[in-house]
Design a binder for this molecule. Structure first.
Ligand SMILES: [Zn+2]
Length: 423
């Protein structure tokens, strides 16, 4: 098979400032040349050439807080009582393919049912179904009466598929080992309430000892661990326990930022839902529900603190609770708008969170996340410039090419022909 040439690209490589008129060459699964100074190799007769005519070429994105098996969750019972495991697995497979076609060539699970992440990961890696590179998460690891332990006791329901209910460091250690036995790559804890859960954000729903026990057990076996954490107290506890990812992290302040940056802890700010609700209120003058005013105060805090976190070097990620009723699967790229238009972060930085930082969380920063010679070819061709307008990524019609591992998942371009549609 010949090489694939992308010529006349607006190259957003994740290393340098965007550069026009670049050529990128892909051979098998890897990038074998990146040329920006007219030093591009010449295509041979059997090579395939795509003239991008100024379209943007950027790395594939990584969804770093992914619930592939959430199916339009409107209330907690929808989590585990809506579908049998077999049906839910098929729904999740469709979601995984949709995520890939939306330009996310990688995904990191944030909690799943019936070990669906692991199943999908194997099916994707074997080429059975289309989907992203998948870092698989498992059950929600929680304490008695917290988070997903919400079914009334007298229903006598088992939580086998959804949660692992543990109390005390020993039970946490055993739960993490069991998750690892099931093939999970990253463990999900729920150390605080808030952000849609029954307990308020300032309630610690597990002890530091329990968190440490879980984290040490995961790290000892080379696995990662993440936590749903809202309050400052919770963030500091998550840092003490050395969690790899703090999810939501709403009440981060200067003290938290300093430690997050020093420890290299990842953060998924997940601002899309409050951004959506607050922008809607500001536009229409009407709140969708009574909690929107409080949400607005939280969002303003995030808008002020995120630029500081970025400047301090905190590793920020893209990823949110898609698959809930307000945020359907397929809307993934809308989250990026919240950081650019809401928090005023430059689009190029947010693209870096979605690509470079995501690749690092996947444990593949030497292989993915930027467009450089020798890296794997997970690439997007965008009809337009997402650095100038981040919302361009939201419309799949603008994704002319989605390439994973050097293979086309989507390709709306014809080889050899000059393209007329480029912005
Ligand atoms: Zn979540």
């Amino acid at each position: 098979m010949g090489r694939i040439f992308f010529r006349r690209a607006n190259l957003i490589d994740g290393v340098h400032a965007p550069k026009k008129n670049a050529t990128v060459v892909v051979e098998n699964e890897r990038i074998t040349a990146v040329a920006t100074n007219g030093d591009a190799p010449k295509p041979a007769a059997h090579d395939v050439v795509y003239d991008l005519a100024g379209r943007s070429l950027m790395p594939g994105m990584v969804q770093c807080h992914y619930h592939v098996a959430y199916d339009n969750i409107g209330n907690l019972f929808d989590l585990d009582m809506k579908h049998p495991p077999t049906m839910l697995t098929l729904i999740a497979a469709k979601n995984a393919e949709l995520l890939l076609r939306c330009g996310f060539t990688g995904a990191v699970g944030a909690g799943t049912l019936h070990n669906i992440d692991v199943t999908l990961k194997h099916a994707i890696n074997q080429g059975m179904i289309a989907g992203p590179r998948f870092m698989a998460c498992g059950r929600d690891v929680v304490t008695t009466g917290d988070s997903v332990d919400f079914h009334p006791s007298w229903w006598k329901l088992q939580m086998e598929g959804l949660g692992l209910i543990c109390d005390g460091p020993d039970e946490f250690r055993k739960a993490v080992r069991d998750e690892i036995k099931q093939g999970v790559d990253i463990i999900k804890l729920y150390p605080t309430g808030g952000h849609g859960l029954a307990w308020p954000a300032d309630v610690m729903t597990m002890t530091l000892e329990e968190m440490k026990s879980a984290a040490d057990t995961a790290h000892e076996r080379g696995k990662k661990i993440r936590g749903h954490i809202i309050s400052k107290r919770g963030i500091l506890a998550g840092l003490d326990a050395r969690l790899d990812v703090i999810d939501h992290c709403d009440m981060m302040d200067d003290e938290c930022i300093e430690r997050l940056a020093a420890q290299g802890t990842f953060v998924t700010p997940s601002l899309f839902f409050p951004y959506l609700m607050v922008e809607q209120k500001r536009r229409t003058g009407k709140a969708a529900f009574p909690g929107v005013d409080e949400m607005e105060r939280g969002l303003e805090h995030s808008y002020r603190i995120l630029p500081k976190a970025l400047a301090a070097g905190v590793k920020l990620l893209v990823g949110d609770d898609f698959g809930t009723s307000a945020m359907p699967h397929g809307d993934y790229a809308k989250e990026l708008e919240a950081y650019v238009k809401g928090a005023g972060i430059p689009a190029l930085e947010v693209i870096g969170w979605a690509t470079r930082n995501g690749a690092e969380l996947l444990g593949m920063k030497d292989d993915l996340g930027t467009i450089e010679t020798g890296k794997l070819a997970d690439l997007l061709v965008i009809n337009g410039d997402p650095v100038k307008d981040i919302t361009i990524l939201q419309d799949r019609a603008n994704l002319d090419v989605v390439m994973k591992d050097g293979k086309f998942v989507e390709c709306q371009l014809s080889p050899g022909k000059a393209a007329a549609r480029a912005a």
